[in-house]
Design a protein around this ligand. Sequence first.
Ligand code: KIV
Length: 299
Amino acid sequence: MNQPSAQSASPYGTLPPASSPAMRKPVSLPRLLEMHARGEKITMLTAYDATFAAVADAAGVECILVGDSLGMVCQGLSSTVGVSLDTMRYHVESVTRGVRRVQGTAWIIGDLPYGTYHESKEQALRSAAVLMQAGAHMVKLEGGGWTADTVRFLVERGIPVCAHLGLTPQTVHALGGYRVQGKSVESAAIMKRHAHELQDAGASLLVLEMVPATLSTELTAELPYCPTIGIGAGNGTSGQVLVLHDMLGLGLGKMPKFVRNFMADLPGVQGQHGIKEAMQAYVEAVKNGSFPDNTLHAW
Ligand code: KIV
């Protein structure tokens, strides 16, 4: 009897077919570093469930971030602060199953939520182990120099780490809102110092959120071993990330101006009529440098 395939019909819909496995190799850290060195842009999208993760993988997205933004877009929270480790574990498991079911190749990053790495390096290791055992290939944590010892501790124990500087949503209350970071000469210098400390500690990716394009471009050139992934940080970074719901035009609130809705027709940009097509258009726009548009990025 034939075995059911990932494409067989089910009352709950089907997951998209994988491209020919021969053509697609799993994304790895050396490959991301090589892309950074060659100047090929890295694409990242958030996803929180099996189906969207499988579609993103099939659309050619290299990295899937199971972000704690799920607190806002899935759970309806007003910030990411209330997300628990158990919730993150559940969503990392779902995304991992989705990618595996289509024999996908995406690099999966699990976000460590607020309060799960702040106490000690040991606490961070225990929390990171939960997400790695759920299927993540890497964990992400927010914050500057104070996290460097934690990053080193995790990396020494075989856990790849993505750092996150600029607007760090878990500390939105301390930052006084969702504001651009690193605008003054002093704050830019501090961010640069933190970025170097994180690279030296072994971080292998660095998200830069709402940072002036000039600063993120300089940082990208200064960090040969730590590709930068921008969100609201201009087009000079090694790659880009967007929150899935935002790029599909499903945001509940006012969208920041750096977000592009890939489903909508915009001046000079043709919108897409399907979710996979919108993700493919995102991948293409990041790769060819037409997204993000620095003119919409006034800071
Ligand atoms: O949680 C998240 O989705 C993130 C991205 C916005 C980078 O941290």
